[in-house]
Design a protein around this ligand. Structure first.
Ligand code: NAD
Length: 368
């Protein structure tokens, strides 16, 4: 038996006993047999820096393919058309993309625009009868998120959020270890998420387009991470905000927030979200029997880390490739990742962000 086949069979055995330790995308990636199932045909909306990264990563997908674009900049559309062989009939702008409804060559739209636009764009895509993948944060508050969930449900389309870490092999392995009890009872999580933001005129520092500052953009990784590392939903939050540059970080744009979350088991999380410190990308979790630390923990990788049992050695595979193959498996075959990536999952994070903003403003402990 070839070593490749042995590898695939080992993964398959693992996939039966521990169904989600490796994502199906990895199984397909490792397979020597050509994939003959359905391909998720995706149009990307918003051809900015992250959209560009996703498009590149999709070149290596087995089950998903970039087939269309939605952009307000004709020159970008032309460039993408020639780079990715995208036909004219699959190109739209922000005024005419509702016509996607009549385009059978597009199954899903991946919205990679500023946060404040996600809700309305999601609603338009859903009403055009196409599945929606929205970048994080799904909207700018929980109410928007819930509306997105409701509209997609009514339109009978899927709403998925770009939680790429839910497909990342080391993260998946750690979550599986926690589920298997390897850490014992989880007790404490520490998440640090931040970078020093540049250009003061960018949309990330414009409240209408961003919905907030560092918390919406990067702090959300510590929130989502606390939930998947501890395996519980928080019941309270407290938060403290620090602002050293009120000109750059205007009213409603958080520069730095420290926040704490309490969980039903008694576990607690202590996190930092910031736009004014570099190299903050670290998760630490300790339980009654062991610990895990990951640094970097949510960057584009490779993710690095170790547990009380030794280093994490799972392979690095481009996150967005795994994510898009995994989302195709979810849409076509109902294969769920180890932690959901659906709209409801997004709303959970948005509710916590709303509570953190309230706690920072009032100084009160906010119950969820
Ligand atoms: P970006 O500024 O590089 O790109 C945004 C794109 O939206 C640009 O092409 C811009 O032209 C377009 N756009 C459309 N309408 C706009 C408007 N009214 N104002 C400004 N731009 C407009 O931003 P980005 O870094 O690509 O982020 C886009 C989204 O992706 C955000 O929601 C962000 O949180 C998310 N993101 C996710 C990850 C991840 O790892 N999952 C990483 C980066 C960004």
């Amino acid at each position: 038996m070839s070593s490749r086949r042995e590898f695939i069979e080992k993964l398959s055995i693992t996939a039966i006993s521990v169904p989600l330790l490796y994502s199906p995308a990895q199984l397909f990636a490792a397979s020597s047999e050509p994939y003959e199932g359905p391909i998720l045909k995706v149009a990307i909306m918003g051809l900015g820096s992250y959209g560009t990264r996703v498009a590149e990563a999709m070149q290596s997908c087995t089950r998903a393919k970039l087939v269309g674009v939605i952009s307000g900049t004709p020159s970008k559309i032309k460039k993408w058309q020639s780079k990715y062989d995208i036909p004219e009939k699959n190109c739209y702008n922000y005024d005419n993309f509702d016509a996607i409804k009549n385009n059978p060559d597009i199954d899903a739209v991946y919205i990679i625009t500023p946060n404040g636009l996600h809700k309305d764009q999601t609603i338009r895509v859903a009403k055009a009868g196409k599945h929606v993948i929205s970048e994080k944060p799904m909207g700018i508050n929980a109410q928007e998120g819930q509306e997105m969930v409701d509209v997609c449900k009514a339109a009978n389309v899927k709403l998925l959020i770009g939680y790429r870490m839910h497909f990342e092999p080391k993260t998946v392995a750690v979550i599986q270890m926690r589920k298997d009890g390897d850490f014992g009872q989880p007790k404490f999580f520490q998440g640090q998420s931040g970078f020093t933001i540049g250009d003061p005129t960018q949309w990330r520092l414009n409240k209408e387009l961003s919905g907030g500052g560092a918390m919406m953009d990067i702090g959300i990784y510590s929130i989502n991470g606390a939930r998947y590392m501890l395996g519980e939903e928080p019941v309270w939050v407290t938060a403290q905000e620090t602002k050293t540059d009120p000109i750059k970080f205007k009213e409603g744009i958080d520069e730095t927030i420290q926040f704490q979350m309490g969980f039903p088991s008694g576990a607690v999380a202590n996190c930092l979200s910031t736009y004014s410190m570099n190299n903050l990308d670290r998760f630490y979790m300790t339980g009654s029997k062991g610990f895990v630390e990951m640094q970097p923990s949510t960057g584009y990788g490779p993710i690095e880390g170790r547990t009380h049992k030794g280093p994490l050695t799972q392979p690095h595979i481009t996150h967005q490739t795994l994510q898009m193959d995994g989302m195709a498996a979810l849409i076509f075959d109902g294969v769920q990742p180890i932690v959901p990536v659906d709209g409801e999952e997004g709303v959970k994070d948005m509710k916590i962000i709303d509570a953190i903003f309230k706690a920072a403003k009032t100084g009160q402990k906010v119950t969820l």
